[in-house]
Design a binder for this molecule. Structure first.
Ligand SMILES: *Cc1c(COP(=O)(O)O)cnc(C)c1O
Length: 381
């Protein structure tokens, strides 16, 4: 069944027509392997390096600091596992927080099985971690801190700048999973004091299965995939050329149009939240009221089961999500909702609506009207 009203942009986004156009030559005529010496391979190599320069330019970084990966999960795994491994003689302690994406949390759990220790910081009721909390969790043997930029479920934006500044003074490596933030909010790696940053193309209207990892020049990182000499030997494997070219185009468009899209989405989000809180009894907004990703609305509705609600919404052509997409099929309360302490009678009724560049006021009005009917129906049964 197709979505008439797609409100799940945090799960994935559609490829823009210009992105598809930019990719097409590299799926068809320009199929040369970038590692070959003849002209055809050179064409491909140039396309990859141009994409790297474009992305670096947009992110205020150097091209040598951008490494192409298969997406957010790979970038997160790479940093966490390899920083831990490289520095194991200095210490085996890492710090992260309880509301990270599973790509971070499960990489940390894997390290725990190997004998590492991980501190999972609590968050406040808005889902925020404070720089003081991070500092007081630091130990002699801490080698990495990983705190996300924007949360994929509740949209809360973390004080990454302040945390990074505090860590830089102590010389501790700092990684941020910025998969939900890149292309949505302004990020300058010249100003932001992070050493590693993960991003994924399909969250900003690029193709799936491609992303990048930023590594600050003086930091580096050992190889994640061993094999050929692609990505300076750190991430072997014939490059996903079309994906890389598409990602650069998508990031360029998202960034160029951010000054229009972002304020519009913030207004629409505030309108959406206002209507929900006023027109449906016993609803609460999860996440920070304004330090949140532009298109994110996450609510908990008392006395309603999210899975049943989503089925009713889908019958009306409205696609949304219960917490994170990775948890579909499970009615389990998400780790994020648990960590921010949503009351028991509200937690099972948690739904996430994430708007994108195509979302308009008419769709939001229709969604609110539909929600009102569905909630009444579910509360009656
Ligand atoms: C989507 C997402 C990921 C995973 O990215 P993929 O490219 O799908 O592997 C990681 N972290 C966050 C915060 C995400 O939203």
């Amino acid at each position: 069944m197709s979505c008439r009203i797609y409100l799940d942009h945090a799960a994935t986004t559609e490829i823009l027509p210009q992105v598809k156009e930019a990719m097409e030559p590299y799926l068809m005529e320009e199929f040369g392997n970038a590692s070959t010496a003849y002209g055809m391979g050179q064409e491909t190599r140039n396309a990859i390096e141009q994409a790297r320069e474009r992305i670096a330019g947009i992110m205020d970084a150097q091209p040598e600091e951008i490494y192409f990966t298969s997406g957010g999960s790979e970038s997160d795994n790479w940093v966490i596992k390899n920083v831990a491994g490289e520095k194991k003689n200095l210490g085996k302690h890492l710090i992260t927080c309880k509301i990270e994406h599973h790509a971070v949390l499960r990489s940390c759990q894997y390290l725990e099985q190997l004998g590492y220790e991980v501190t999972y910081l609590d968050v406040d009721s808005y889902g925020q971690v404070s720089p003081e909390q991070v500092l007081s969790a630091l130990r002699e043997d801490t080698t990495l801190v990983s705190i996300m930029t924007g949360n994929n479920e509740i949209g809360t934006i973390e004080p990454i700048g302040q945390i990074g500044e505090a860590l830089r003074k102590r010389g501790i490596a700092f990684h941020t999973d910025a998969v939900q933030a890149v292309g949505q909010i302004p990020i300058s790696l010249r100003r932001l004091p992070v050493d590693y940053l993960s991003a994924s193309a399909h969250k900003f209207h690029g193709p799936k299965g491609v992303g990048f990892l930023y590594m600050r020049k003086n930091k580096g990182l050992s190889s994640f995939i061993h094999g050929g000499s692609q990505e300076k030997g750190k991430r072997a494997g014939t490059e996903n050329v079309a994906g890389i070219v598409g990602m650069a185009e998508a990031l360029s468009i998202s960034t160029k149009e951010m000054h229009q899209v972002r304020p519009r989405l913030i207004r629409l989000r505030n309108y959406f939240v206002e209507r929900l809180l006023h027109e449906i009894p016993q609803v609460r907004l999860n996440g920070h009221p304004y330090k949140r990703l532009p298109g994110n609305v996450n609510i908990s509705i008392s006395g309603v089961d999210a899975t049943s609600l989503l089925v009713l919404l889908e019958e009306e052509g409205i696609c949304a999500s219960a917490g994170s997409a990775c948890n579909t099929g499970q009615t389990r309360i998400s780790h994020v909702i648990e960590a921010i302490g949503v009351p028991e009678d509200y937690a099972p009724g948690t739904v996430r609506f994430t708007m994108g560049r195509q979302t308009d006021k008419r769709q939001i009005d229709e969604t609110v009207d539909c929600l009102k009917r569905c909630v009444t129906l579910l509360r009656e049964t």
